[in-house]
Design a binder for this molecule. Structure first.
Ligand SMILES: Cc1ncc(COP(=O)(O)O)c(C=O)c1O
Length: 387
């Protein structure tokens, strides 16, 4: 039976361009006039690279995540790499992570000289299954850390994973690249592990264009990261030619930080709009043969993606595409099956839940600029597909 009650919700009031243009897009970053003005001022001043606005952004981002420190980086991948270097990963060290993530989660471990060792994901949350992690830890002696991914905006099971890490004397590095503002029992992601990494890519819950950040309560880690992202310089700041350790240029630019400050102010509003869109989908897709996302008790999901499962995923995606609705599959190929991972030892040849997820997941548009009409269009198209 066709549900005709889709238009009961109020419109999400975000100032991006209406998401029409003939269709509904999967992402639509909202950069307001205020952010454009702030960037304009920096461009006029010639403040193009690192500078005080980056320091202010770092302080504000740390305060938001309730951590003592934050270090801004050029993107989420460089954040992960710098954090792993600072956490002391050495050649051949194993780090347990998820095979069902963006490839950068595991690539960063390899870039730091380590070995990504995968453990399967939980079929409901798509995050690392603590039982699978424990099984890996019982088998191997070379593991130095755990790198859980808060996939799609839902925190991984951090209390259990942190307990496991404590028992085995391992570090925990959160990949929070998709989960700005997500919480467990009121605690924000970014504050659970030894450190956490964020991406500010344009599709993320907040953006700086390209950009990233690491949050941590550990001064030793933050100090090493600050050096690493700035050519191993001893002092914070771009100047000077004293290089006390090996480093990279992974710095964020001032114009990017100016955008980030403005986006951070609006992140609560963006996340509320994502959650409102998700609640609408939860309600209106409930009777259909698709699995809607889980939000465990005490968790706050920030719906970087609203990802359903459908046995006929590809047919459903084709129906939506015919109606001008963008969807995406994050991720069609689990990392251990990527050609770049051929020959890389990954703990087990198969990760059945990651593989089943890769075959069935489909992300629907959930971004804050979605109008009430857009989400109604999405729901109607899915109903029509199944009725
Ligand atoms: C889970 C995850 N980790 C790492 C990254 C890397 O971030 P960036 O694209 O900013 O390098 C991303 C970005 O897509 C991501 O989604």
């Amino acid at each position: 039976m066709t549900d005709t009650s889709y238009d009961t919700d109020t419109e999400a009031e975000i100032d991006a361009e209406p998401d029409h243009d003939g269709g509904v897009s999967i992402a639509n970053p909202a950069i307001g006039d205020d952010a454009i003005d702030r960037v304009g001022t920096l461009l006029e001043d010639g403040t193009l690279a690192d500078g005080p606005v980056v320091r202010t952004f770092e302080e504000e981002f740390a305060a938001y995540c309730d951590t003592d420190r934050a270090v801004a980086t050029s993107n989420g991948t460089t954040a992960l790499h710098a954090a792993l270097e600072a956490l002391g990963v050495e050649d051949g060290d194993a780090v347990v992570t998820s095979p069902f993530s963006f490839v950068a989660s595991a690539n960063a471990i390899r870039l730091a000289g380590g070995k990504p060792v995968f453990a399967d994901v939980d079929p409901e949350t798509y995050a690392l299954d603590p039982g699978a992690v424990e099984a890996v830890l019982q088998e191997r002696e070379d593991v130095v850390g755990i790198l859980p991914v808060h996939l799609y905006g839902l925190p991984a099971e951090m209390p259990t994973l942190c307990d496991l890490a404590d028992d085995h004397d391992l570090f925990v590095l959160e990949d929070a690249c998709q989960a700005h503002g997500a919480e467990i029992e009121g605690d924000r992601v970014g504050s659970f592990g030894d450190a956490a990494c964020f991406s500010f890519y344009p599709t993320k819950n907040m953006t700086t264009g390209e950009g990233g950040a690491i949050t941590t309560d550990r001064d030793d880690v933050a100090d090493r990261i600050e050096q690493y992202v700035n050519h191993g310089r001893g002092e914070t700041g771009t100047g000077g030619y004293d290089h006390v350790s090996l480093g990279h240029n992974y710095r964020l630019t001032s114009p990017a930080a100016a955008i980030g400050r403005h986006q951070l102010e609006r992140l609560p509003e963006f996340n509320d709009a994502r959650r409102e869109n998700a609640a609408y989908y939860d309600e209106h897709l409930a009777e259909l043969p698709v699995e809607t996302p889980t939000e465990p008790a005490g968790y706050r999901h920030v719906y970087h993606q609203y990802t359903i499962r459908a046995d006929d995923r590809d047919a459903l995606a084709a129906t939506l595409e015919d109606r001008g609705i963008d969807t995406a599959v994050y991720y069609e190929t689990p990392i251990h099956r990527q050609p770049a991972y051929e020959g890389v030892s990954t703990a087990a040849p198969r990760f059945p839940e990651a593989e089943r997820a890769a075959e069935t997941v489909l992300s629907l548009p959930v971004h804050p600029a979605l109008s009430a009409g857009d989400r109604r269009t999405v729901v109607e198209a899915i109903h029509d597909h199944y009725t």
